[in-house]
Design a protein around this ligand. Structure first.
Ligand SMILES: NC(=O)c1ccc[n+]([C@@H]2O[C@H](COP(=O)([O-])OP(=O)(O)OC[C@H]3O[C@@H](n4cnc5c(N)ncnc54)[C@H](OP(=O)(O)O)[C@@H]3O)[C@@H](O)[C@H]2O)c1
Length: 296
């Protein structure tokens, strides 16, 4: 297994806080489609194991129905609260965001989250609705219940609504991001507005998005840096100041992923991945909201 004492760098956010540049997610593989009260012990064990390995950035959401598991895993791992970086998201109970966060905090057994996100913009087409919801997010930050606030799956048009009236700009937009979905226009927008990018599904080219045109480049770079293709994909995010959120139920994989902290891709290598990746389009999430060729 990789050296468990690797240093995980932080990314500075526009509100002065910092976020660890790799996160362990409690959605996708852990997503509970059935009864939320049926506790998933495997999710608890994996989230606790991740913390033991050094993953202090933990990504949750009310819609995953695994906040109770995450809270239990946090208790079990006993990492000092100030070292942890805990995210959760609101969407099912978007009608009452303050109450949704209170419920999430109870399940997480925490007094505050480090990052609270609106999970998706699709709850309304109305500019006023978006502005009103963002105002509620700002109030939660003001109250100290969320140290940072942000969004997920937002496009520039949704962010524009917020920027018209916000006092606190979104710190982060968490989006699906990998070589087959590079969102160049959205990333340019983020840069201009000082919004950080988080990447979910970063391993897509080696999981459900493969095989594909990026495989050969990944093979060459994996050999050069003596790591797995997945670690190249994680590093490709980090070297672009993008925070990858991954997950695994396997200790070996989670341990190996930390090797992404031990090398750096050069600009030419990043470019090679970008170019090979842009020959294919693949979206693994929220497909019902986008046409087959929509790369936004
Ligand atoms: N905001 C949103 O709308 C949104 C949407 C999706 C996800 N997320 C967040 O992002 C987190 C990570 O998302 P993700 O799971 O899509 O990330 P990912 O890092 O792309 O994929 C991780 C998954 O890939 C599997 N995997 C890894 N290597 C593999 C291989 N060689 N062959 C087959 N499977 C392999 C892992 O399974 P093993 O357990 O077998 O290793 C794990 O289930 C989620 O947990 C959630 O917190 C957010």
């Amino acid at each position: 297994m990789a050296n468990l004492n690797v240093h995980i760098p932080n990314l500075k956010l526009n509100d002065g806080t910092s976020i660890p540049m790799i996160g362990f997610g409690t959605g996708t593989a852990w997503y509970k489609s059935g009864d939320e009260s049926q506790i998933d012990q495997a999710c608890i064990d994996s989230a606790a194991m991740a913390q033991k390995l050094g993953y202090y950035h933990l990504d949750g959401a009310e819609v995953y129905k695994t906040e109770t598991e995450l809270g239990t895993a946090i208790k079990q791992a006993s990492i000092p609260r100030e070292k942890l970086y805990v995210t959760t998201k609101v969407i099912s109970n978007i009608a009452d965001i303050p109450s949704a966060l209170r419920t999430s905090l109870k399940k997480l057994q925490l007094d505050y989250v480090d990052l609270y996100l609106i999970h998706a913009p699709f709850f309304s087409d109305s500019k006023e609705d978006h502005q009103q919801k963002w105002k509620q997010m700002e109030e939660l930050k003001e109250q100290g219940l969320a140290k940072s606030i942000g969004v997920s799956n937002y496009l520039p048009e949704h962010l524009d609504f917020i920027f018209e009236t916000c006092k606190v700009p979104p710190a982060i937009n968490q989006i699906e991001f990998h070589p087959y979905l590079q969102h160049p226009d959205l990333l340019k927008y983020h840069k201009e507005k000082g919004i950080a990018t988080e990447a979910y599904g970063p391993l897509t080219p080696v999981t459900k998005g493969g095989p594909g045109p990026v495989d050969d480049v990944l093979a060459v770079l994996s050999k050069k840096y003596a790591v797995n293709p997945g670690e190249i994909l994680l590093r490709w995010c980090i070297d672009q100041d993008i925070v990858p959120i991954t997950t695994s139920g396997k200790e070996q994989r989670l341990s190996d992923y930390l090797r992404a902290m031990t090398f750096k891709l050069n600009p030419k290598e990043i470019q090679q991945i970008n170019e090979a990746g842009s020959q294919k389009h693949f979206r693994g999430f929220w497909n019902h909201k986008y046409g087959p060729e929509d790369r936004r």
